[in-house]
Ligand binder design. Sequence first.
Ligand code: NAD
Length: 492
Amino acid sequence: MSKNGQLPNYINGRWQRSMASEYMAVINPATGEALGHVPLGGEPDVAAAVDAAQAAFPEWRRTPPEDRIQFLFKLKQILEERFDEIARLITIENGKTLTEARAELRRGVENIEVACGIPVLMQGYNLEDVARGIDEIMIRQPLGVVAAITPFNFPVMVPLWFMPYAIACGNTFISKPSERVPVTMQRLFELLHEIGLPPGVANLVHGAKPSVDALLDQPSVRAISFVGSTPVARYIYARASENGKRVQAQGGAKNHVVVLPDADMEMTAQIVNDSAFGCAGQRCLAVSTAITVGEAQRAFRDAIVDLAGSIRVNYGLEEGAQMGPVITRESQARIETLIAKGANEGATVVLDGRGARIPKYEAGNFIKPTILDDIPAGGEISKTEIFGPVLSITHARTVDEAIGILSSSPYGNAASIFTNSGAAARKFRYEAPAGNIGINIGVAAPMAYFPFSGWKESFFGVVHGQGRDGVEFYTEKKVVIERWPKEWSRKF
Ligand code: NAD
């Protein structure tokens, strides 16, 4: 960061001042303090990064996979050494608690570990004698320059869903982090510099829509990975596809859990509480609506209201903090307006976290856990992604009715069921239209060696992020059929 707090881009192995004329303050959401100023650049910055990535590609793709992954081993090592320092940065710019920030970083590092398996994961397959004396092989080759555009809610984990696989497969990479949380990525790139990653292999470009549009329009960018809200995901998918790029675009969510009367109610309430209010509800896998079936209604509601009401809300760096602020003032206002809308639509606000004031942190964007009971079917609150610490509850008479409610959601990121019945769980797994399913699990987050799925308006594309899907996305298949003119080859 420069003396005046302006964040530079990292292009071709060097820190470079952005060509932007406009900067935006990066604000600590708990204290209201400015942490620095992020450039709102555009095409010139992106063009410089693309040039660097393109120039680095021929040498990087020729670097043996075994040698490429040595940089990932080093990155993992240095992240382990600086683990707490990075986690603190996440808390400072994003607001989540230090425990949550550590968990985020751990999930990110797991993706680096999986990508270290590229010499095996990237292998193709072959068959001798597809005809007499003729052999056929499939090899995977990197695409070239690829880019990832990422959201505010996981400043380091989401970029690490993509970068390790992209560069391990031999691509060169451009990261465009969220302009609201650019500082952690800044630090990650300092570490990439420290471990000696060759110039141009990974580049960092800050900015907002103009930078994104420049990436979408640059002919040399071969693939775009996106994570963010649904309207932007849809836009990214359309524009990048139109420009002939490979695209994976993960969008927003509205996740449901179904609670059956035979569930272990104490455990269920605890897990759903963690799922709804962890990271202040700003997780794409957070539960947004709990659907209680039959007699589960009262027991579940009473238990969760008790638990949610006792969550300690504070600055994430404070000892004992269990939930931090939401990302911005605007976000806080939007969430509070949606709570009011829910009440106007007829829901009962059984726990009201609006107007929260946290001692020492009056300038923070705090909302305490909020629970809306009996939300009306089809109302705005039942459809809108709130992305804050708000849990809605609705009731159904049967499992079929509950599955019907969640199936009507336009989103399909995650859905969970809490039950002791194998048959009910199996029916749910079979029928629920969501990409990540939890059975007695509140946040059904796939491990790094499984795809991070998502259906309907939560995902645009075919191949997902993480694990083998990551390798599939970042490689192109080439099929070679060969014959040699010798007596043991096929004769004509
Ligand atoms: P966002 O869509 O506002 O921003 C995401 C990225 O897109 C940022 O880098 C931003 O600079 C860029 N961007 C924003 N508006 C743009 C526009 N009009 N044109 C081009 N680029 C634009 O999302 P956010 O608020 O940072 O993140 C929260 C959203 O992300 C939620 O909807 C959440 O559900 C979603 N999310 C989804 C997943 C998933 O796996 N499906 C994971 C994390 C977050």
